[in-house]
Write a protein that binds this ligand. Structure first.
Ligand SMILES: Nc1ncnc2c1ncn2[C@@H]1O[C@H](COP(=O)(O)OP(=O)(O)OP(=O)(O)O)[C@@H](O)[C@H]1O
Length: 586
C-alpha cells in the first residue's frame, strides 16, 4: 500500500482548480486510451478524473468521493490500465496484478465490460476476468488460469478462490500491484467486512490502493483505515457541510403527496398521461410490490419488467442490457438495499454478516444490487413508488438518472407514513425554495382532476391484482426467466446478435387484457393535463434522442456550472472555484 508522505506542490493544486479544461492528453493519459474514449464519445475528463488520474498515475493511494454519475469508473480505470500497458514487473506471475472489488454482480459485469472494451479498443494484450460467488469451480479455474492481469469480483469470492486452490495467498502478495474498492460506501453494508479484512493480510505494502465512493460514511472511513496508508482524499464537501452538492444538478427533483393506497392511481396518471419522459426507472421496496405494480400497469397497456434479486443472474444482466439499449421503456427495480439497511439498523451493527444475509433472504442473491453504481443508460425519469428508507438510498436512486451529460428528473410519491424520511431527505439535501439545487419541488404537471378522472377505472383493476395474482405472476416470471436464462445461454453462443429472446416485458396476466383500458379518452383529460402532456412531448422532441452531449472542447460554456461532470459545485462558477474539489492528505 503506497505510503508517500510528500505533500502536493501548492502551485499545481491552485492551477488545477483554476484550469478546469485540461484534456486527457494534458493529464498524461496514453493516446491509445484517449482514442478508445473518443470512440465512446468521451472527449474531455470530468473533474474527478482531472484530479484523480495524475495522482493515480504517480502511484498515490487515493480516496475519491464524488457524486453519482460523475465518472469515477474511468477515473481509476484509465490510469490503472495505462500502468498495465507499461508494466515491466516480473513475468510468470501467479495471481492478478490488479484486483477490483465491487459490491454486486451487476457492477462486476459493468466494470468487466468497460475494461474489456478498453482492452479491445486499445488493442493491447491484457486479460481481464470476472468472478462471483456462484461461479462454478471449472469456470473459476479457467478464469484464473493465466492468470488475468485484472480480476473484477466481489470480496466474498476471494476466500472461495483461495479455498479452491485456484489462487494462492502467497501469489497475491507477490503479484498484486493495485487494489480498487469501488462503491466503497456499499461494500461493508453488503457484509463483506470479514472478507476484506482477510484479504488485507495478503495485500503487500507496495500495493497501490484506491477507494471510490459516492457518499461518505463511517463505512468508508473504516475501509480507508483498514486498507489505505496516507492517501490523497479527493472529496465533495461532506454531507451536512454543503448539503446541496449531493444530487447532480442536471436532475430536477419532484414529489407528490398521496395516500399509500392512492399510489397506483398516481403512477398510472403520471405514466399514462405521459407527464414524464421515458425511459423510466421505478423503485419499489419489495419484490411483491414490484409485481403488483407490473401487473397493474400491464392492464392499462403499460409493459414493464421487474428486476429483482430472485432472478437468475443471466436474466438480470439481460434485462439490464435490454433496458440500456432501449428495448423497453419502463423498468421496475426492487431495491433490496432497503431491506438490508433495515436489517442492519435493527441489528444495530456495522455490517450484516454473511450468515445473517443468508438467513434473512435465503432465496435471494445477496450480491444483487440495482441502486448503486449501475450505469443505467439514458434513464430520464426515476420514480420512487416506495420511498427509500435512508437519505443515502435516495441519493443513489436519483443518481441513476442525469448520468454523464444527460438531464433527468425524479418524482417521489410520498405517503403520510413516509413523511419522516422525506423530511430527513429534504433537510439533508438542504432543501430551500430559493435555490435550484437540492430543492424537491411539488410535481406541477398532475392535477387533482386528472387523478380523479382515472380513479374509478383504477379501483376495480387494483382490486383484481390480488395477493394470489401477485404470487402467481412472480412464480411465472421466475419460470420464464429461468427458461430464458438457459435458452439465452445456448442461443447466444450460436446467434450472438439475435435479440429475439430478450423479451423480459412479456405479459404476465392470465386473462386477456381489457382493450378499453389501453387508451385514456380525451373527455377524461382536463385542459391543464392535456397541456402538460403536450409540453412533455415537445420537450422530448426538442431533446432529440437524448444522446449524451459532447462537451465543446476548449470553450467555457454556461453548461459548465450546470453539469455534474464539469464541476462538483452546485452553486455556479464562482462557488465552483472555491468550493470545488477538496484535496488533502491524511
Ligand atoms: N469524461 C467523460 N465525459 C463524458 N461522459 C463520461 C465521462 N466519464 C464517464 N462518462 C460517462 O458518465 C456515466 C457515469 O459514469 P460512472 O458510471 O463512472 O459514474 P460514477 O461516478 O461511478 O457513478 P456512481 O457513483 O453512480 O457509480 C457513464 O455512462 C460514463 O460512460
Amino acid at each position: 500500500m503506497a505510503n508517500s508522505t510528500e505533500s502536493l506542490p501548492k502551485q499545481a493544486e491552485a492551477q488545477e482548480v483554476e484550469d478546469g479544461d485540461q484534456t486527457f492528453e494534458e493529464l498524461g493519459v496514453d493516446p491509445r486510451l484517449i482514442r478508445a474514449l473518443n470512440k465512446k464519445n468521451i472527449d474531455n475528463p470530468t473533474p474527478i478524473q482531472r484530479v484523480a488520474i495524475p495522482l493515480i498515475l504517480e502511484g498515490k493511494d487515493v480516496v475519491a468521493r464524488a457524486k453519482t454519475g460523475s465518472g469515477k469508473t474511468f477515473a481509476y480505470l484509465l490510469p490503472l490500465m495505462q500502468k498495465l500497458f507499461s508494466d515491466s514487473g516480473p513475468k510468470g506471475k501467479l495471481a492478478p496484478s490488479v484486483l477490483i472489488l465491487v459490491p454486486t454482480r451487476e457492477l462486476c459485469q459493468q466494470v468487466y465490460v468497460e475494461v474489456s472494451s478498453l482492452i479491445e479498443l486499445c488493442r493491447v494484450q491484457l486479460k481481464v476476468a470476472q468472478l462471483s460467488i456462484n461461479t462454478n469451480p471449472s469456470d473459476m479455474r479457467v478464469a484464473l488460469a493465466g492468470p488475468p492481469d485484472i480480476l473484477v469480483t466481489t470480496p466474498a469470492c476471494i476466500p472461495k478462490c483461495l479455498s479452491s486452490g485456484f489462487l494462492k495467498a502467497a501469489s497475491i502478495t507477490d503479484s498484486l500491484e493495485m487494489l480498487v474498492l469501488d462503491e466503497a460506501d456499499l461494500l461493508l453494508s453488503y457484509g463483506y467486512e470479514d472478507d476484506i479484512k482477510a484479504l488485507t493480510t495478503y495485500v503487500p505494502r507496495r500495493c497501490q490502493c484506491l477507494l471510490m465512493s459516492a457518499t461518505s460514511s463511517s463505512d468508508v472511513e473504516k475501509l480507508k483505515k483498514l486498507i489505505l496508508h496516507n492517501p490523497y482524499i479527493l472529496t465533495l464537501p461532506e454531507m451536512g457541510e454543503v448539503k446541496d452538492d449531493i444530487i447532480p444538478q442536471n436532475v430536477q427533483q419532484f414529489w407528490l403527496a398521496c395516500g399509500a393506497n392512492d399510489k397506483l392511481v398516481y403512477i398510472l396518471a403520471i405514466l399514462k398521461l405521459e407527464l414524464v419522459q421515458k425511459k423510466v426507472l421505478i423503485y419499489t421496496n419489495t419484490i411483491d410490490m414490484g409485481f403488483r405494480l407490473r401487473l397493474f400497469l400491464e392492464k392499462f397497456g403499460i409493459r414493464s419488467a421487474v428486476l429483482n434479486a430472485e432472478l437468475p443472474q443471466n436474466s438480470r444482466l439481460h434485462i439490464l442490457e435490454e433496458f440500456n439499449v432501449g428495448l423497453f421503456d419502463y423498468l421496475i427495480a426492487t431495491d433490496e438495499s432497503q431491506a438490508k439497511e433495515s436489517t442492519e439498523t435493527k441489528a444495530d451493527s456495522g455490517a450484516v454478516t454473511k450468515k445473517s444475509r443468508k438467513r434473512a433472504k435465503p432465496k435471494l442473491d445477496s450480491e444483487f444490487g440495482v441502486v448503486r453504481g449501475i450505469d443505467f443508460k439514458n434513464v430520464h425519469t426515476v420514480i420512487n413508488f416506495d420511498m427509500p428508507l435512508t437519505v443515502e438510498g435516495y441519493v443513489h436512486r436519483i443518481g441513476r438518472t442525469g448520468r454523464g451529460y444527460n438531464t433527468g428528473a425524479s418524482v417521489s410519491l410520498v405517503s403520510p407514513n413516509e413523511m419522516n424520511i422525506f423530511d430527513d431527505i429534504k433537510s439533508s439535501l438542504g432543501d430551500d425554495e430559493n435555490k435550484d439545487a437540492g430543492f424537491i419541488a411539488p410535481f406541477p404537471l398532475l392535477t387533482k382532476n386528472a387523478v380523479e378522472s382515472l380513479r374509478y377505472r383504477v379501483e376495480d383493476v387494483a382490486k383484481s391484482v390480488t395477493k394470489v395474482a401477485v404470487r402467481e405472476a412472480r412464480a411465472q416470471d421466475l419460470r420464464n426467466e429461468i427458461l430464458n436464462s438457459e435458452k439465452l445461454k445456448a442461443h447466444f453462443e450460436s446467434n450472438p446478435k439475435d435479440l429475439d429472446l430478450l423479451k423480459h416485458d412479456k405479459v404476465l396476466s392470465k386473462k386477456p387484457l381489457p382493450l378499453h383500458l389501453r387508451e385514456v379518452p380525451e373527455y377524461l383529460l382536463d385542459a391543464t393535463t392535456r397541456e402538460a402532456s403536450k409540453l412533455v412531448k415537445l420537450q422530448k422532441a426538442a431533446m432529440g434522442n437524448n444522446k449524451p452531449l459532447k462537451r465543446q472542447s476548449s470553450k467555457k460554456t454556461s453548461r459548465k456550472s450546470k453539469n455534474p461532470l464539469k464541476t462538483f459545485s452546485m452553486e455556479g462558477p464562482k462557488k465552483a472555484q472555491n468550493g470545488g474539489i477538496k484535496r488533502k492528505r491524511e
